[in-house]
Design a protein around this ligand. Structure first.
Ligand SMILES: [Zn+2]
Length: 195
């Protein structure tokens, strides 16, 4: 099963790298904004690689997303984004503290095993890392709703890189399904400040 997933991921990466580079160069237009969408649009995932390995993939993705989109009106979107960020951060901290993620290869493997998404390290040096995420559990398949949605992932990546580099880091999601792209892209800035 694991080997099947790895084979399929290798194939998928070729396709996704092509799609993302065309989107970044402007050769492919982003999906147009969609003003009228329902929770069903947000639950519908597009994860052909994961679904190939497990046909029930859309089931647990929609369970995850029901929680993801349960923004209580009283709390407000901004506060709920912080809740999601914190949940991701706790996961990232624990994954590093328990030795599940010791380097970038482990991060890719962990994300795959936990079905968070297909993580693709685009570039990495001492001061910045760029990661594309394909088939994300949070976002893949959602319409262009005019905002990035992967706050759980931002928190997760913030914690992982902060722990691995022992530096203060900031993570920005520059591209997202929520803003019309068919992938997510994160820019991780690693500061000189030790933590
Ligand atoms: Zn996203």
């Amino acid at each position: 099963m694991v080997d099947l997933l790895k084979d399929k991921v290798a194939e998928a990466l070729k396709m996704y790298r092509e799609i993302s580079s065309k989107a970044l160069s402007g050769e492919i237009e982003p999906n147009p904004p969609q003003n009228d969408y329902s929770i069903l649009d947000l639950l519908a995932s597009e994860r052909p690689t994961f679904q190939l390995v497990n046909p029930e993939d859309p089931v647990y993705v929609s369970s995850f997303r029901l929680l993801r989109w349960s923004e209580p009106v009283d709390l407000g979107q901004k506060t709920f984004n912080i809740v999601l960020f914190t949940a991701g951060r706790v996961l990232g901290e624990n994954a590093v503290e328990h030795g599940l993620i010791k380097n970038l290869d482990d991060l890719v493997e962990f994300a795959l095993n936990q079905r968070l998404g297909i993580y693709d390290i685009v570039s990495a040096d001492d001061s910045s890392v760029v990661i594309n995420v394909y088939e994300s559990i949070s976002s893949s398949g959602i319409p262009n709703i005019g905002r990035t949605v992967c706050h759980f992932e931002r928190g997760f990546l913030t914690a992982v890189f902060s722990k691995l580099y022992k530096r203060r880091v900031t993570v920005e999601e520059t591209h997202c399904w929520g803003t019309g792209y068919s992938f997510d892209r994160f820019e991780i800035k690693i500061s000189d400040v030790s933590v």
